[in-house]
Write a protein that binds this ligand. Structure first.
Ligand code: HEC
Length: 113
């Protein structure tokens, strides 16, 4: 009687693992290309050297945070004239890719463990 239960538990675990996978896989290379074209002028080529000290560093920030920020600029839930205009040009896929790209860069904001 134990075995069918164990098999069921294993099947549920495997199914659970696939549900936990992100809905859309982001493409870091596409994110890099978009970033060089659209974002580097202000945020720096490495995401760490913005042209103005008041512009935020993006490198190494959490992916969900970056994604949330871009979605909020795009919907104007977060207001900033410069970034709302930038985010309106981005597709949903661009936003995932850009967030994954900047999150993958070494950041100077915090120590990574
Ligand atoms: C013309 C300059 C400029 C360009 C181009 C630009 N940004 Fe920004 N970005 C800013 C400024 C200024 C802020 C700070 C806005 C604020 O205070 O909310 C900012 C903020 C952000 C933030 C929020 C970061 C945080 O820590 O809260 C993200 C994410 C971001 N930009 C991503 C991008 C991406 C991705 C691109 C390219 C598609 C881009 N930006 C292009 C100037 C720019």
């Amino acid at each position: 009687m134990q075995r069918p239960l164990a098999t069921l538990a294993a099947a549920l675990l495997i199914a659970g693992a696939s549900w936990a996978a992100p809905a859309a896989a982001a493409n870091i290379e596409l994110g890099r290309a978009k970033a060089e074209q659209a974002c580097a002028a202000c945020h720096g080529k490495d995401g760490n050297t913005p042209v103005d000290p008041s512009y935020p560093k993006l490198a190494g920030q959490y992916r969900d945070f970056l994604e949330r920020a871009l979605l909020d600029y795009r919907s104007e839930a977060r207001k900033n004239a410069i970034m709302v205009a930038q985010a309106k040009q981005l597709s949903r896929a661009d936003i995932s890719n850009l967030a994954a790209y900047y999150a993958s860069l070494p950041g100077s904001l915090s120590v990574r463990r």
